[in-house]
Design a binder for this molecule. Structure first.
Ligand SMILES: Nc1nc2c(ncn2[C@@H]2O[C@H](COP(=O)(O)OP(=O)(O)O)[C@@H](O)[C@H]2O)c(=O)[nH]1
Ligand SMILES: [Mg+2]
Length: 220
């Protein structure tokens, strides 16, 4: 997979402010985004979702929901609406972000297509468990085949870095065909090491994806 050169000319001027002062009456500067959390089964998508729900406790529009099987696996999807404000060239925008996760289970492939429909940004959650290399590869290939033609921005998380036998980041990159350098020219990481259970790097990663989505939105 070739390294995409992202245009960095405008990124510095965009500031994402996580602010509670969301203006419901300012419909002109209201933008809606949909962010999908994608990855193999049990890599930590729902755990990411719980951390976002905690962090944005005061900013969410809805309580959100998770539809799970009796074993605690996501049956349908997790869904949540978050509110932000950000400033671009002194213009304030109100952003409503719909965050959804999809099931990693093969037998629910049709619901994954449903969940991906209309996505403005995708967060890939990889699993550091060395036994999950093939699942990571397959799921990432699916994501790329969906996101590349539509030019949907995505970031890659490598979750469960706390595992004692966690796969080295370099091996993960080689398996997924990702560049071995640390960052893209625009400053985003090729791979974000995370610990969703402990909440490490989850919000930072989410903010970087939002920035990519906003940048993509204003690029034309
Ligand atoms: N050790 C460890 N376990 C995690 C981490 N994140 C999630 N898990 C566990 O992995 C399992 C699957 O997580 P879940 O979020 O349901 O995965 P999903 O299928 O992608 O939604 C659960 O038992 C989580 O507690 C992490 O950072 N480290
Ligand atoms: Mg889940």
């Amino acid at each position: 997979m070739e390294l995409e050169q992202k245009d960095v000319s405008n990124l510095d001027k965009i500031k994402v402010e996580v602010s509670e002062d969301f203006d419901f009456n300012d419909s002109e500067n209201m933008i809606q985004f949909k962010i999908v959390y994608w990855g193999p089964g049990e890599s930590g998508k729902t755990t990411n979702f719980f951390r976002l729900r905690e962090k944005f406790n005061l900013l969410k529009l809805s309580r959100g929901y998770s539809i799970e099987t009796t074993e605690g696996r996501t049956l349908w999807e997790d869904s949540l609406y978050l509110l932000f404000k950000f400033t671009l060239h002194d213009v304030k925008f109100n952003i409503i972000t719909h965050v959804v996760t999809c099931t990693g289970q093969e037998r629910f492939l049709s619901t994954r297509e449903y969940v991906l429909d209309g996505a403005d940004g995708i967060m890939f959650i990889g699993d550091s468990d060395p036994d999950k290399i093939e699942q990571n590869k397959r799921s990432f290939r699916e994501l790329v085949s969906f996101a590349k033609p539509k030019e949907i921005p995505y970031l890659v998380q490598l979750n469960k870095r706390d595992l004692k036998n966690a796969i080295p980041i370099k091996d993960f990159k080689i398996n997924l065909g990702l560049p071995l350098v640390e960052k893209y020219p625009d400053g985003t990481y090729i791979v974000y090491p995370t610990e969703a259970l402990q909440g490490k790097n989850i919000i930072e990663c989410f903010k970087d994806l939002i920035l990519q989505v906003i940048f993509n939105y204003f690029k034309d």
